[in-house]
Ligand binder design. Structure first.
Ligand SMILES: [Zn+2]
Ligand SMILES: [Zn+2]
Length: 333
């Protein structure tokens, strides 16, 4: 089969992603094999290719927003069968026995495996995945629009929950890429008033078009104090203005796996009055199922740009240089 791998991480313009031929993998016990039709391109793939995320092993196939069809099942698989349409996302396996796994916080598992980092992901014609970590996908989303739900959607949903924005509350969204444009729509469906703060005029236009209450520059003060905010841009210098924009008791949730340095904070201006700054780390499978059930109810507009499979490296370069509108997806099958 054809696949893309990361051999030597490095600047994306130096082509750290290489096309290879690999044998089609066989599913082990409890695993399914998926013939991939579409795979979303996530900023984490870029961090991995460029080395911001240290590679777990040489020659790993990136990609953790894979949508396809089960074409073979391993021993002991009970819930899935060949022909089922499924999605494979970031969380590939958790230990099931650590203190976090046993208390409903498998996103914090001390020995997790991630798709496209520890185990081969979706920049390939096939992958294998543990049955228990594969999602069935809502009707009403074709493969191309379902792919971005699997990381951009699920992580954004967890960030929204961790921001503790109350029903009908005032939510700030900093940065407006793949994840943010999906999260904003969920928030609005839940009655929240959404203010988008981003440097990109195109993103501000998309946000207003989707119905947000306001859109302004990345570090601008929003038109009203915020009950909660989510920082999607991987830009640490936005932490102080986002904290300053919170009302008393508000929470800022940082959604990314990677953030540039946060400048010194002023306790009075940024944290006092019980403002909370918190990170968001991966997701539980319950987050994923809850989010997919929610979008099946409310529907979402998903902006995508499709790249042919053999131009995965161009997709990553375009993402690095902010040249992608909506979510980049690879047409694999
Ligand atoms: Zn665990
Ligand atoms: Zn991702």
């Amino acid at each position: 089969m054809r696949a893309w791998v990361v051999d030597e991480p490095g600047p994306v313009d130096g082509r750290p992603l290489a096309p290879v031929e690999r044998p089609v993998p066989e599913p082990g016990p409890g695993q399914v094999r998926v013939r991939i039709n579409v795979c979303g391109v996530c900023r984490t793939d870029l961090h991995l290719a460029e080395g911001d995320l240290a590679p777990k092993r040489r020659g790993v196939v990136p990609g953790h927003e894979a949508v396809g069809t089960v074409d073979r099942v391993g021993q002991g698989v009970t819930d899935l069968r060949p022909g089922d349409r499924v999605g494979v996302a970031w969380l590939a396996r958790t230990c099931g026995v650590c203190a976090f796994c046993r208390t409903g916080r498998e996103n914090l598992c001390v020995d997790p495996r991630f798709t496209g980092w520890d185990v081969d992901g979706g920049y390939a014609e096939h992958l294998v995945a543990d049955e228990g970590y594969v999602y069935t996908l809502p009707e009403g989303f074709d493969d191309e629009t379902a792919a971005p739900l699997l990381c951009a959607g699920i992580i954004g949903y967890r960030a929204l929950r961790q921001s503790r924005c109350p029903p009908g509350g005032r939510l700030g969204i900093y940065g407006f890429g793949a994840s943010a444009h999906l999260t904003a729509q969920v928030a609005m469906a839940e009655g929240m008033r959404v203010h988008v703060l981003t440097r990109s005029p195109d993103a501000r236009r998309l946000a207003l078009d989707l119905g947000v209450a306001s859109a302004a520059g990345a570090a601008d003060p929003p038109p009203e104090p915020l009950d909660a905010a989510i920082l999607f841009a991987p830009v640490g210098t936005l932490v102080p203005p986002a904290l300053a924009a919170l009302d008393r008791g508000g929470t800022l949730a940082v959604a990314g796996i990677h953030l540039s340095d946060i400048p010194p904070l002023d306790y009075q201006a940024h944290l006092f009055q019980e403002r909370v700054l918190r990170s968001v780390t991966a997701n539980t499978r319950d987050d994923g199922r809850e989010f997919l059930a929610a979008v099946a109810r409310i529907g979402l507009r998903v902006a995508t740009t499709v790249y042919p499979f053999d131009e995965a490296d161009r997709a990553l370069r375009d993402l690095a240089h902010d040249r992608v509108t909506g979510v980049a997806v690879l047409a694999v099958g």
